[in-house]
Design a protein around this ligand. Structure first.
Ligand SMILES: N[C@@H](CCC(=O)N[C@@H](CSS)C(=O)NCC(=O)O)C(=O)O
Length: 266
């Protein structure tokens, strides 16, 4: 009888230890899972300029940022942000675009409280100016700013190390890159930006560009290092390729640049 009692006590103790360690593991799993699951990401598209806009949010605090919004879609984007219960804190640009008018100005009027953001070297007016190594925080997340001049002086890449993703604007396009034939463009600067600030990220990081003209949506650092037909070459070869692109000027450039110098139409 005593032996039986001892055995019950023993198994109860084991069960208790088992139960507690299980709870501990579950709590740890839950918090890891919660961290992964409370990051909101949505890629949006403008078919006219083939521009990608990105909405990022913290599903717990509801703070959100939007990257490279397009004026014509400000109502769509503001509607989505409201519907999903987000509080837009920053309407951000990767650079002063030449092919479309940014939606940051209109989003500020549709979503009071949102602040416009752009790289300081762009020369554009905005509520917040960023420089290399700055951090943009929203909820429990942050974007590290990497100055990546070349397409324009003020180009920046936004990196979310926690999620292993980066928003490259026009600096790096999928199997391509931004042109360097206007707006302070410099092929040498762009090549160095990509090789020093983007290709040095881990190979598995997913890269999201501001445009794609073929319907592709994302790439990785490893893929671009291997397959980018321009940037996988030497600097000399890259400069020659860029000199011979012969692209027509963007149709909207004369309207877009003056509007984007003040971060869009209010
Ligand atoms: N046809 C479009 C403009 C296309 C263009 O020039 N895209 C730019 C980015 S927007 S300034 C670019 O850098 N392209 C690089 C490339 O290799 O295509 C228009 O008229 O808007």
């Amino acid at each position: 009888m005593l032996r039986q009692f001892k055995s019950v006590v023993h198994s109860a103790k084991v069960a208790k230890v088992f139960l507690w360690s299980n709870i501990d593991i579950n709590i740890r799993l839950m918090s890891t899972k919660m961290d992964r699951n409370n990051f909101f990401f949505r890629q949006l598209f403008d078919p006219v300029s083939c521009t990608y806009t990105y909405l990022l949010g913290d599903l717990t605090t509801r703070d959100a940022v939007i990257i490279d919004p397009v004026l014509e879609h400000a109502e769509r984007d503001a509607g989505l942000i409201k519907e999903l219960g987000f509080n837009l804190i920053y309407a951000m640009n990767t650079h002063m675009h030449a092919d479309h008018i940014t939606g940051t100005g209109k989003l500020k009027s549709l979503l009071p409280g949102a602040r416009s953001v752009i790289g300081k070297a762009s020369g554009a007016t905005a509520d917040v100016h960023l420089a290399d190594a700055d951090l943009v925080k929203f909820g429990g997340y942050q974007l590290s700013v990497a100055a990546t001049p070349g397409h324009t002086n003020g180009c920046v890449t936004y990196i979310c190390h926690e999620q292993g993703i980066a928003f490259t604007g026009d600096t790096l396009l999928i199997r391509g890159c931004g042109r360097t034939d206007f707006q302070e463009g410099s092929s040498e600067a762009l090549y160095k930006s990509v090789h020093q600030k983007i290709f040095t990220l881990p190979d598995h990081y997913t890269l999201y560009p501001a445009h794609d003209y073929k319907g592709l949506t994302a790439t990785t650092v490893g893929e671009e290092k291997k397959y980018n037909p321009r940037l996988s070459k030497s600097l000399g070869e890259f400069i020659k390729i860029m000199e011979n692109l012969n692209l027509p000027y963007p149709k909207m450039i004369d309207k877009a640049l003056p509007a984007n110098r003040v971060c869009g139409i209010y």
